[in-house]
Design a binder for this molecule. Structure first.
Ligand code: THU
Length: 136
């Protein structure tokens, strides 16, 4: 846990956030034991901004690891920030409802939740089954 927090805090230092000035760091612990860090990467179009959580998750996927066990998000805010809706949906794609989500600020983890409590009634791959396909 401490390792995951430290990885998120370290990744936060790379935050590219000249528009919001909010530095966010995240780190994912994968089921295979590997850890990947991420930070928010903003864009002058605003809409192309990517959150720290998704940067971390996409980095894991790009390295061939795709089962999330835990994630830690760090800002300097109190109370700490929870992942946004897009990040919750992305967590849902690569983790089950038992994924632990640790919310932290610079002094440490302040709250730990389960993904199923943060993202009830998520959109799941099974919703794309044939049954729910539109008839021609
Ligand atoms: N941000 C994250 O990195 N994670 C979240 O879950 C919420 C928002 C970033 C996006 C943007 O760079 C800044 O925080 C302000 O929204």
């Amino acid at each position: 846990m401490n390792k995951l927090f430290e990885a998120a805090k370290k990744a936060r230092l790379n935050s590219y956030s000249p528009y919001s000035n909010y530095k966010v760091g995240a780190a994912v612990l994968m089921k295979d034991g590997s850890i990947f860090g991420g930070c928010n990467v903003e864009n002058s179009t605003y809409g192309a901004t990517v959150c720290a959580e998704r940067t971390a998750i996409l980095s894991a996927i790009a390295q061939g690891s795709n089962e999330i066990a835990e994630i830690c998000v760090v800002t300097d805010a109190t109370p700490p920030w929870p992942p946004c809706g897009l990040c919750r949906q992305t967590l849902t794609e690569f983790g089950d409802g038992n994924v632990k989500v640790h919310l932290a600020n610079l002094s440490g983890v302040k709250e730990s939740l389960k993904l199923k409590d943060l993202m009830p009634y998520a959109f799941l791959p099974e919703h794309l089954s044939k049954k729910s396909k539109k008839k021609k």
